[in-house]
Design a protein around this ligand. Sequence first.
Ligand SMILES: Cc1cc2nc3c(=O)[nH]c(=O)nc-3n(C[C@H](O)[C@H](O)[C@H](O)COP(=O)(O)OP(=O)(O)OC[C@H]3O[C@@H](n4cnc5c(N)ncnc54)[C@H](O)[C@@H]3O)c2cc1C
Length: 220
Amino acid sequence: MTKDIQPTVKTKLRRLPKRGSYYRELIYGILDEAFICHVGFVVDGQPFVIPTAYARVDDCLLIHGSAASRMLRALASETEVCVTVTLLDGLVLARSAFHHSMNYRSVVVFGKASIVQDEREKLDALHAFTEHNIKGRWQDVRPPNENELKATMVLSLPLQEASAKIRTGQPVDDEEDYTLNIWAGVIPLHLTTGKPVADEKMKDGILIPEYVSKYERCQS
Ligand SMILES: Cc1cc2nc3c(=O)[nH]c(=O)nc-3n(C[C@H](O)[C@H](O)[C@H](O)COP(=O)(O)OP(=O)(O)OC[C@H]3O[C@@H](n4cnc5c(N)ncnc54)[C@H](O)[C@@H]3O)c2cc1C
């Protein structure tokens, strides 16, 4: 795979293109750090945008769920899909209401998904979902049984048509507004972990794994 994803008519940024990137490593970094994506698709002329979990394996974005899910059934039938992922990094407070903004890293992916049929690949995908959320967990959990595997549909969307957009830094105010007596700047926002809460039904004597007690989200 190439270092850069080739921009297309759909992914070419028109609005503030200097904030855009097609650098594969950067796009994958955003995908690997975020937890949820929003999946946009149209069924019978009605657009839907559904938030869901995902994982990236190599050059594919994987989505999974119940085989009865409308979203999964629609995607499995070769529907065009648009998936977005957003990391919010800060609130940007400008001197004017107009120039207020947000710092972010976001990705938009277009394409058609296909069902992962192969049992081995499906299991690898479920491994990827678990590890995407918390590295080290898969080795400790009971693996999916045959029924659970059957009930789960996994879809794979190739990362061939994708873009990233990133905003960083301070507000950009109108020149004359810099003399105003108004606080301006950035409030950084981060996702933080709380203290893990053990399940009351857990057997006695089970030690908290390090990947839980020392959990940190940022994987990059
Ligand atoms: C947290 C957050 C807050 C935002 N707030 C606002 C706001 O209040 N108002 C506003 O106008 N815009 C906002 N944006 C930017 C917004 O996502 C769009 O980039 C912008 O509105 C331009 O849309 P467009 O359809 O004209 O883009 P175009 O440049 O026409 O889009 C062309 C292609 O560029 C790519 N692209 C566009 N936007 C993004 C993106 N964000 N990430 C990755 N690829 C992208 C896609 O492939 C898209 O198909 C925000 C973005 C984020 C992540």
